[in-house]
Design a protein around this ligand. Sequence first.
Ligand code: ATP
Ligand code: MG
Length: 458
Amino acid sequence: MLKKFFKPFRFTRKRKDSDNPTVLDAHEHRLSSADFSRNSANVAVRLQHAGFQAYLVGGCVRDSLLGVTPKDFDVATNATPEQVRHEFRNSRIIGRRFKLAHVHFGREIIEVATFRSDHSQSDDDNNDHSAHDASGRILRDNVYGNMEEDAQRRDFTMNALYYDVSNEKVYDYSTGFADIKRRLIRLIGDPEQRYLEDPVRMLRAVRFAAKLDFTIEPSTAEPIRRLAHLLRDIPAARLYEEVLKLFLSGYAERTYELLCEYDLFAQLFPGTAKALLKQPAYVDRLLRNAFKNTDKRIANDRPVTPAFLFAALLWPVLTQRSQSLQHDGMHPIPAAQEAAHQVLLEQVLRVAVPKRFSIPTREIWDLQERLPRRAGKRADTLLAHPRFRAAYDFLLLRESAGEDTEGLGQWWTEYQDASDSQRRAMIGALSSSGAKPRSKRRRKPRTSKPLHAQQDQL
Ligand code: ATP
Ligand code: MG
């Protein structure tokens, strides 16, 4: 990290007039076109040749200045999405809140955004393109603007730097370059107003602080705790996208710490935050260990699934709920089922976990009930279960947080490595130690709708 800044470097420029960007030459910023993907540089150059302004912008300039490999490359231009579409046959116009053009090069997608302006609420009258709600939140934001306006409506100073591939200059309309050097996350404009416009910026501040190991500048940090509740107005689908970025970018543990510090965690996972109050040491350990594992896997280029993460994040809520249902007289297995159902139903109101992940989350939980029951053919059936590996990892996670499973994790570790005859011996030892397959008991007739029938509603 900070490769670019290791060499002695002097930042002498003062803050300039807002409509006059600081222009940094190659010898000052030390970037070169080679720091950007060839496709993104080509997109910018082609747009310029077609008579438009076009720059690399945002995270890719910030990360390159820090010597971090950018995740993706964004281009900002004064061409409209339609004009971009016209220039590139391999492009598509997309957009929910914002209309953008995506230029496709195999698996790489270059996002090309038209300069937009930051428009005040008073401009909203009779305007189809922009809208705010009563608290100032931006609902639609498709008003095009010039480059300076585009810079002002971006979130943080470090994200508002523009790199011109043709002349290798960086344009800075605020204090982005200096802030990167000082490792500061600073909102552009009045922080409170910028959070009111878009409360997700609070999550972004924390995410970047964790990822870049930056400090959130005090006036940018100050309103967060006060305004954290605004996240309740954000659609659960958008928060889901943000949660994935928060926890699956390789810095989940630090992100979690900061989310707690700024009272943001409880907005995303209210049930888990309550569980943390009830059993602070255990829940904190479980979450941290889950995040540590995830970060380690990402660092080693191993796959991670949101299903496992949600299983961990909600496990303490599930177990506490299941216990209270049992306390009310429900049997353990239906109580666990019902608790899983309720907990997910409540969580998706805040963070819209799609079914393709919530279903495997439930399977991981269900298997926790089944892993202790290994007698007869059960162990082999479990081993062949498509979710066995995740369930086993989850069992180890629970143990790492201090849950006593009577050595179950160790047993399964050995069983997986054992030969056929060793496996038979291990199962035999179980029955002799009393863990016999349960005899088929007569079931009481069901009185209510079976719980699995309700599962589809999740
Ligand atoms: P990374 O891709 O590494 O997560 P990034 O800065 O590129 O970081 P993106 O979400 O890809 O983040 O957004 C691209 C750019 O768009 C940002 O750098 C910022 O300038 C702008 N931006 C994104 N989200 C917002 C927002 N909520 N408010 C204002 N500007 C935003
Ligand atoms: Mg980006």
